[in-house]
Design a protein around this ligand. Sequence first.
Ligand SMILES: NC(=O)c1ccc[n+]([C@@H]2O[C@H](COP(=O)([O-])OP(=O)(O)OC[C@H]3O[C@@H](n4cnc5c(N)ncnc54)[C@H](OP(=O)(O)O)[C@@H]3O)[C@@H](O)[C@H]2O)c1
Length: 342
Amino acid sequence: MTGQQPPGERLRNAFITGASGFLGYEIARQLATAGVATRALSRTGRLPGELANLGVTIVRGDLSNPLALRQGMTGCDVVFHVAADVTMWRRQWGQSVSTNVLGTRNVVAEATRTGIRRLVHTSTAATIGKPLSRRATDPVMVDERSAYNFHELAMVYPHTKWLAEQEVRRGIAEGLDAVVTHPAAIFGPQDWKHNTLPLLQAPKRKLAFAAPGGTRSICDVRDVATAHLRAAELAPAGAHYILGGDCLSLIELLGLIAQLVGGSPPRLELPDRWVKALGTTLDVMADLTGKPPLLSSEMATQSTFRVRLSSAKAEAQLGYRSRPPRESLRDAVAWFRQRGVL
Ligand SMILES: NC(=O)c1ccc[n+]([C@@H]2O[C@H](COP(=O)([O-])OP(=O)(O)OC[C@H]3O[C@@H](n4cnc5c(N)ncnc54)[C@H](OP(=O)(O)O)[C@@H]3O)[C@@H](O)[C@H]2O)c1
């Protein structure tokens, strides 16, 4: 079931949201390269990099615009809904609900109305349930069966992405064929919105000698994009897939980044309560200045989770493999350096 053909070979026409962002760009690039006629939703009427040269057609509009979504989906067999507001700041609740929840509601409604063959919805590993207390010494392994269990923490990003999944679930109940992916922390080249840049710059900051005690599963944008094409082609309807990779402690991750960019590797693990107190303080300062915090209380809480993600299901059913973190980070650093920002 892992598919011997190159990814995308079984697809003819696709519509994608979020192609001006990190992951959506790479999915659109792989689709167009595989010869799939690809339309992309764009708020600005422009797409970055080589997408225009590869023949990707722009459909101008926003997730709040059902007519644009209908125009993009009509005649397509597969829709990749990748766009999202990835901000992790409580001040952004309204914006995140509008983009992630109501936007997905519109995508699901138009996908159902236009009768597309399949929706591939990009969620996140942040909606996978996890142990919230740090009693265990080693990170605990979780998989797709581990249900979202931290509603009460009211974290903007995981919660609005989880609510978006409920929109997809409702669509499935009404007959839509949909598959949901849960990528872990993505690295690699062509991060057009520079979302990974602050972490790559971290070893050069003053507080670089210490790091939170949590873990990150590192995956590569190119492998995650390929898994999306495979999910469109091979997955059973309704399936969910964690797309993870090697699990590193934040100390190991920042140490690896320090080797690639220079600066100091962290030597100390910060106690969870210090990390959370720092996040709360920076949130208050951000509320006063109106500028997004470098570490919000939500990011702080997430950086204390000690979890390993199992990608066994995606490996078995989609042939998913994530390359070593060093390669993803090396290529990310090279791309940012080429653009003169690192
Ligand atoms: N990056 C990660 O580590 C990671 C991990 C797990 C899951 N994910 C998921 O992967 C997906 C892509 O993330 P990313 O890192 O590629 O994000 P990104 O680089 O920030 O890109 C976000 C994309 O969404 C589009 N978008 C945002 N609001 C929109 C709206 N209202 N209408 C239309 N388009 C809108 C943006 O378009 P504009 O150019 O117009 O702003 C952009 O194309 C998201 O669903 C995210 O939750 C990402």
